[in-house]
Structure formats: C-alpha cells, structure tokens
Design a binder for this molecule. Structure first.
Ligand code: T1G
Length: 696
C-alpha cells in the first residue's frame, strides 16, 4: 500500500483509511493504495468486509485535478472502482464532508453507503469541462433513475445527505465518527447475512426521450458541451451492457479532456483560488473586523450592508435622515427576504439581523467604534472628500476607511485625510449581496495590513477579491469601456446592436453589451460620456445616437425603452426601431457607408479590444497577473466560465494571430487600436499570458 492509505483490522472488517490532505484527492498514490488495500484485505484471513473511510475533513473530493493534463498513470480510476466493486468481500463506504466526482464514483463502486447528516455528494465534473470518467454516468442512474442522475450530473450540484438518501445514493444516515459509524454499519450487514450488492449488476433504468433531454441541456449550457455529453453517457448506461457503457463513458471523458473548455474551466478553478492569495500579504495580519459602518443606504450601500450582515458582521448604516435610513432598512429587508426564500438564512437569523445586527443612524458619531467604514455615497469627488474628512475626525485610530467608488481616484480621496495609509477602495458590483466580484483598490499609500483587511473582508463576505491598482475604471470597467467602444465603432460602420448582442450571447456571454446597458441604465453611460468628454476620441468615433435616446428619456429597462422595448411582465425586450433609425441617421450625417460584419469578425474585434486593454492593465501593474483579469471578467462581467477568461481565451486562440489582427485594425484606426506593449513582448518571446501567471 502507500502512506496515503492506512490499513486497520477491526474484527472481521478491514478499514482502508484515505489520508491525502487537504481533501483526499484521488492522486496516483491514493489509487495505488486502494488497489493494494483491497488485495491486502482479501488476503487477510477472516476478513469478511472492507470499510472505506476518509481522514480529515472529507471522504474524497474527487480525482486529483492537479494531475490533469499530465500523462495519466495506472491504476486508472475506473479500474480502481471496478476492482473495489468486484471484491468477494462486502464493501462499505462511510462518508462525511464532501464525496465529489471520483470520490462519489468510488463510493458507488462499494456495495453499501452510509453518511453523516451534513455530508454532501456530487458529480461536478461539468464545472471542469468534463463528465464523470470512472463509472459515475453508469452507476448513478442505476441507483437514482435517469432523470435524477441527469439533473445531478449536468448541474454538477452538491446534494445534501437527506436528499441523497431519498434518491438512493446512500442507504443510511448516522451521526458520529465516520469510521465508528461505518464499522457499525458493516457489522450490522454481516450480522443480517447481507450479500454483496454491486451497482453494476442492478438493472438499467427505463429510457427517456434522449434527444429532447440532450437538446434541453445543450441550450441551457449556452455553448458548454460537457453537460450535453453527459446525457449521451447516461443514455449509454441504459442502452449498452455495463462494460460497454463504461467504455463509451471513458471515450467521451477523454474526448472532453482534450477540449479548450476543459482547459478554460480548470484555469478558472485554480485561478479563483489563487487570485486572493497574494504573496505580498504572506504573514501580514489583517486588522480586527467585528463591526463595520456603511455610509449611504441606496442600492449599493444597502447591498453592501446586506452582504456584511449575512456574513455575521454588525453594521451601522448612516443616512442623511431618519426617513432615508428607514428606506435603506427596507431595501436591506427586501434583500434578506430574497436570501430567506433561497434558503440562504433562517427566519431566526433574518430577524436577528434586522432587530439587532443592523443599527441605523444619521450622525457619524455612531461610527466612532467601527473597525471599517465603507462609503457608498454619490459618485462625486467633492462629496467623497467631505465624507472622508468627517470620518477622519470621528473614527478611532486604525479604522479602515474604504470607498466603494467605481472610478474616482482613490489616491486623491486618501490625500484628503490625515491617514492615507488607512484608506482603500472596495469596489463592489451591484447587487453587492449577490455579485461575487470585489475589486480591492490599493492606493499608493494604502498600508499592507489595510490591504490584508480588504481581502479578509472579501473572504468573509464570500467574494472573489481581486487586487486592483488606481486608474480610471480600475480593472473591469476600464476594460469594459474599451470593448464596448469597439462594439460602438462596429455599429457606426454597419453592424446592429442586435446582431452584436446575439453573436456575443452565442459566444457564451449571459447578455450582450447593449442588453447589459439597458439593464444598468443608459443614463450611467451618458453621465460617463459627459465626464470623459474632454478625453474622448476627438474623431467622435463613438456614436452620439445613445445621447439622443437619453435626451428622450429612454434609459433602458427602468424606463421601458432603450436599445430594446420592454413590455410589462415580459422577459427580455424587442429591438427598438427608433434606435435603428437614429443609427442610420447618424451614419448619413457622417457620410458613413455601412458595411456588413460577419459574426466571426464581430467576436474577433470585440475580443481583440478586450484582450488588448487587459494586456495594458497587466502591463501597467493595475492587475497583478493575467489570471486576475480573467477572474474580474468571469465574476463581474458575465464572461463565459468555460472559456476561462479573456486572457486564457487569448492563449488558446494564439497570441501571434491576435496581435496580427490588432495591427491590421490599427492600420484603419491607430487611435483606438494601439497594440499593448505586453502583447508585443509575449509574442516576440514566444510566450503566453499563462506563463506570467506561473512567474508571479
Ligand atoms: N484535486 C486537487 N486539489 C483539490 C481538489 C481536487 N479534486 N479539490 C480541492 N483541491 C484543493 C484546492 O485546490 C485547495 O488547494 C484545497 O484543496 C482546498 O480547496 C474521474 C475526473 C472540495 C468543495 O471538482 O469543489 O473526479 O489552494 O480552497 O472551499 O470522474 O475544493 O489550498 O493549495 O476549494 O473548502 C471532481 C473540486 C474532480 C471538486 C473544498 N471534484 N473541489 O472547497 O476548499 S474531477 C471536484 C471543490 C473527477 C472523475 C473526475 C472544493 C471542495 P490550495 P478549497 P473549500
């Protein structure tokens, strides 16, 4: 065996204990150890049953993702599962924590399964661009039926123990030490003369309309291929003998292992963990965070307060008047009602939040003991400076003073206080209690422990926190502004907003840029254009027609009309014919002869602009690594996760061709298309963005 698998004899039961911290991933050593452990148990005289149990916090979290992309080593996991199932001994799995992917597949190859009440189960391979590859699509349907298996596998969701019991995934739930519980279960089975119960010998479940199920899953996946393939693998479990079904599953698994989607999703998996682990913060202690203050109870302030309250923090919310404070509390109550409905909190937690954790005030004196104060007041530098001046006077030494500004200069705000080292930007995304992205904006003088505190708050709030330097728009909004401009150029030159939106939703975005603009409110962009007017492209290459829409009071969804017309009670909108007329009029005014844009060209230009600006953001040190930009676009801007993020996408499509395209576009417009120095450097060195992630 290996040191990853401990062998213990308990009467006529042999225990194989998996010891591979932190989550018992099925590394090569673990797989080898399980094979050897089964041999050992079967050769151990008097052993009648084998108990599989995990050490530490989980049963088994799945195959070792760190081994993906490397040459797979025997024994392969399907062989380990078949070896366990084929044992002449009775095999019992006792599960706790998570049993995911290969971990659940190992459990399904046992003959009986018992679990802790808080145990969770899942086959989340689709979140890695894969399908279960060790019999999960063949065994799970035999215990749950086809529909439940397809739901669990194509969603990749975690199932809690009670539901798993109802589904037939486990046979019993018993509280206690997993090994003790497992041994009792094994001994009870032996006492009642239970026999082996290989899942593979259970009858295949009845068929469903496979094509209908496949099409429905394909549509829901918005371009993802793994979930739909999983339907075909489950179909094989019904239509083929078990051994043939296993082969079909294995083939589909390896076909998916070779896809860009698998590379994109594995990149996302590791990046979302790496992005908040900043080497420069190693050993830096964050400041105490027990009570925070929020200034401004509008949508953003109420959202931030909600996120903090849901994490267990006490919040003092400041508004200009009692009425405004009560209105803010009502917004928070509305947010909590949503969380209550989604089962994110109990009624008791809900009531405790509103009755004690949340305090309202109109006087800043109420913030004198706050550990951190974040303002979400009007986006005006004078207003922000006045707020920070007051906070500087009132808050105790060491209080972190944070701004939620989405584009104002955090250095200038910090300079308006006597303690610039305590000032930081915490840029939340609306709705702040739902969106996972948090940009931690580090000003020139922000102290390292204040940065650590920003990340500690983000972690506490369940956010994906990304370090950003100070510039206009930080990371996300700066890049958004560029790729949105690229789209606007294409509209003036002949494309329609509706073609662009369609092409980009086909690319995998949740919404196209014009539907997003309608959702956010066209008045926001209008205000931005007025603010940026002095620095705007002097050739006026961005259309004026959106201003005309705003001047007519059409701000998008909130007014019922923008790029789209929204009928009451209707999801989504229909193209607004006024927009098409405004665009045509503007082209005529500028003597632009519209030309056709292919869907391919639209994606290429849109993504080239996004990648080029992202390369500038990394090159200037505004983002620490390319993966930081990828996480911002994934968690704040609806970029399709199965593509890994814009810079992962760029690596996969090839930087040399992308740079060549940008240089060709620059021949027609060298004001907008200036190749990023970092992009040129990487192409010259034959490197890719991911090389920089590894170097950092
Ligand atoms: N392989 C390798 N490392 C893993 C891992 C895995 N499967 N799961 C987690 N880790 C590492 C993770 O990188 C981090 O490392 C540490 O464990 C703690 O994780 C054939 C092919 C288990 C719910 O997709 O969902 O089986 O950063 O920070 O929030 O059909 O990790 O400390 O160095 O996330 O408590 C299927 C993926 C694999 C599960 C724990 N399994 N993992 O969450 O901690 S494919 C999965 C998770 C497969 C078979 C197929 C979560 C978690 P570090 P963490 P957490």
């Amino acid at each position: 065996m290996t040191d990853k698998i401990a062998y213990e004899r308990h009467g006529d039961v042999a225990v194989l204990r998996i010891q591979n911290p932190p989550v018992n991933a099925l590394s090569h050593e673990v797989r080898s150890g399980l094979m050897a452990g089964m041999d050992h148990a079967e050769a151990d005289a008097g052993v009648k049953a084998v108990l599989l149990v995990g050490d530490g916090r989980a049963f088994i979290a799945g195959a070792d993702i760190k081994e993906f992309g490397k040459t797979p080593k025997e024994p392969h996991l399907p062989d380990v599962c078949n070896r366990i199932e084929a044992s002449p001994l009775i095999v019992v799995a006792s599960m706790h924590g998570v049993s995911l992917g290969g971990g659940l597949e190992v459990a399904l190859s046992a003959h009986y399964r018992t679990a802790q009440p808080d145990a969770r189960f899942g086959l989340p391979e689709v979140h890695l661009g894969l399908i279960p590859g060790a019999g999960g699509t063949q065994r799970l349907p035999r215990v749950t039926g086809v529909e439940a298996a397809i739901d669990m596998i194509t969603s990749g969701r975690h199932v809690k123990a009670p539901e798993a019991l109802d589904m037939g995934v486990i046979d019993s739930i018993a509280e206690g030490d997993p090994q003790t519980v497992g041994l009792a279960h094994a001994e009870a089975l032996l006492a009642e003369g239970a026999t082996r119960r290989p899942v593979s010998e259970m009858p295949a479940p009845p068929p469903i309309d496979w094509d209908a199920s496949y099409e429905a899953v394909l549509k829901k996946g918005r371009g993802q291929i793994a979930p739909a393939q999983a339907v075909r693998a489950v179909q094989a479990s019904v239509e083929l003998p078990f051994s043939e079904g296993l082969k079909a599953e294995r083939q589909m698994f390896w076909d998916l292992m070779k896809t860009d989607q698998r590379q994109g999703m594995i990149h996302a998996f590791f990046s979302e963990r790496a992005v908040s682990n900043l080497p420069e913060l190693k050993g830096i202690e964050p400041r105490e965070l027990a009570a925070i203050g929020v200034i401004g109870g509008g949508t953003m302030g109420a959202g931030i307060a909600t996120a903090a309250l849901l994490s267990g923090l006490a919040v003092t919310l400041i508004e200009m008047s009692d009425a405004a404070a009560e209105a803010a509390k009502a917004r928070i109550a509305g947010n909590l009602a949503g969380a209550l409905k989604r089962g994110k909190l109990s009624q008791e937690q809900h009531d405790n939040i509103l009755n004690s954790a949340l305090s309202l005030a109109t006087d800043y004196a109420a913030l004198k003991d706050s550990d951190l104060v974040i303002e979400a007041v009007f986006e005006d530098m004078d207003v922000k400076k006045s707020v920070f001046g007051d906070l500087d006077a009132i808050c105790k030494p060491g209080t972190v003073l944070a701004t939620n500004t989405s584009y104002l200069d955090v250095n200038e705000i910090a300079a308006s206080t006597s303690r610039p080292g305590d000032v930081i930007g915490l840029h939340f995304f609306s709705p702040a209690h739902v969106m996972k992205l948090l940009e931690v904006v580090v000003a020139d003088q922000t102290g390292p422990d204040v940065v650590a505190t920003g990340f500690a708050l983000g972690k506490r709030l369940g956010k994906i926190s990304v370090r950003a330097g100070v510039c206009d728009g930080f990371i996300g909004n700066r890049i958004l502004s560029t790729y949105r401009t690229a789209a606007d150029h294409m509209i003036l030159d002949g494309a329609s907003p509706y073609q662009i939106d369609k092409v980009l939703t086909d690319f995998g975005f949740a919404m196209g840029p014009y539907a997003v603009a309608d959702l956010a409110g066209l008045d926001i962009g209008w205000a931005m254009r007025k603010r940026l007017a002095p620095t705007r492209d002097p050739r006026e290459r961005v259309g004026r027609y959106p201003d005309k829409l705003c001047e007519a009071g059409h701000f998008g969804q909130k007014t019922g009309k923008g790029f789209y017309v929204y009928e009451k009670g209707q999801r989504g909108g229909t193209p607004n014919p006024e927009v098409t007329a405004l665009i045509e009029a503007e082209r005529k005014e500028r003597n632009i002869t519209p030309r056709a844009f292919s869907d391919v060209e639209i994606v290429r230009r849109y993504m080239a602009a996004m990648v080029n600006e992202a390369a500038k953001v990394v090159g200037e040190g505004i983002a620490r690594r390319p993966l930081d930009v990828d996480m911002v676009l994934l968690f704040g801007y609806g970029f399709p996760r199965y593509r890994g993020g814009p810079l992962k996408w760029a690596d996969l499509v090839g930087l040399p061709d992308l740079l060549a395209d940008i240089e060709r576009y620059a021949e027609e417009d060298d004001y907008f298309w200036r190749p990023a120095p970092l992009l040129r450097e990487l192409v010259a060195d034959g490197r890719c963005f991911d090389d920089l992630n590894k170097d950092a």
